[in-house]
Design a protein around this ligand. Structure first.
Ligand SMILES: [Zn+2]
Length: 232
């Protein structure tokens, strides 16, 4: 028997297919701007997709690179437009949006110096993964690696601490909350350079904790790639 998460992912593929067939009969309406458009797969029109705003340099320069990361790259500004698009990925299970965002990230960030890196998505705790049925960072990573021709490793890093939402915590509290949240599943790995992928970058405590664990296991370089970050 398939695992629950596997079943859910398969179910979502069928849901995507069913939506595609339905769209042939009823032209879809964009979930962001309500205009009719033609697309087999996505619930968003092309003008809304191209409206995803790259993170302005002035905002990027105000973000501190977490201690354990060697560099940090952030693709988009987390504004209302981004939120509206990702809302459907998170809450209505349009997983294709995750792949698409990953592909777009590969298009706007300079990744050419990272050719020999292994992409590792920030894992969810197994309980959270079972509840949600998918990991957003993993979907984004898949799109990114497909587009950039990089390798992905979804199993080397696991989350052992089921942290609650961090939105009300201070930077210090988040750091403490994330301490020892990750573990390595294979001590014998030979990964030296990692691109660590997460969806939204806020204080960086999650990426910092994950990068610290990877470095303790022998990884030399960890570059953080986040899909989006808020202006402040
Ligand atoms: Zn639209």
């Amino acid at each position: 028997m398939l695992k629950l998460s596997g079943n859910r992912e398969l179910g979502n593929k069928f849901a995507d297919l069913a939506r595609g067939m339905q769209n042939l009969v009823f032209p879809p309406i964009c979930i962001v701007c309500d205009n009719k458009f033609s697309s087999e797969k996505l619930p968003i029109c092309s003008s809304c997709l191209s409206g995803l705003a790259p993170l302005p340099k002035a905002i990027r320069s105000k973000k501190d690179v977490p201690e354990s990361l060697d560099d940090l790259k952030i693709a988009f500004l987390f504004n209302e437009h981004y939120r509206a698009i990702v809302h459907y990925l998170k809450y209505r299970e349009y997983q294709s949006i995750g792949h698409l965002i990953g592909r777009k990230i590969a298009g706007i960030l300079t990744l050419s110096d990272l050719v020999n890196s292994v992409v590792i998505p920030i894992p969810l705790h197994p309980i959270k993964y079972r509840t949600r049925g998918y990991n957003q960072a993993r979907l984004i990573s898949k799109g990114l690696t497909d587009q950039a021709g990089l390798k992905i490793n979804k199993h080397i890093l696991k989350r052992v601490k089921n942290t609650q939402s961090q939105t009300t915590l201070s930077k210090q509290e988040r750091r403490k909350n994330m301490r020892n949240a990750f573990q390595i599943t294979d001590d014998q790995h030979d990964i030296k350079k990692v691109i660590l992928v997460d969806d939204v970058f806020t204080t960086g405590s999650t990426m910092d904790s994950a990068a610290r664990t990877l470095k303790k296991s022998g990884v030399k370089t960890v570059i953080g790639v986040a899909s989006a970050a808020p202006a402040s």
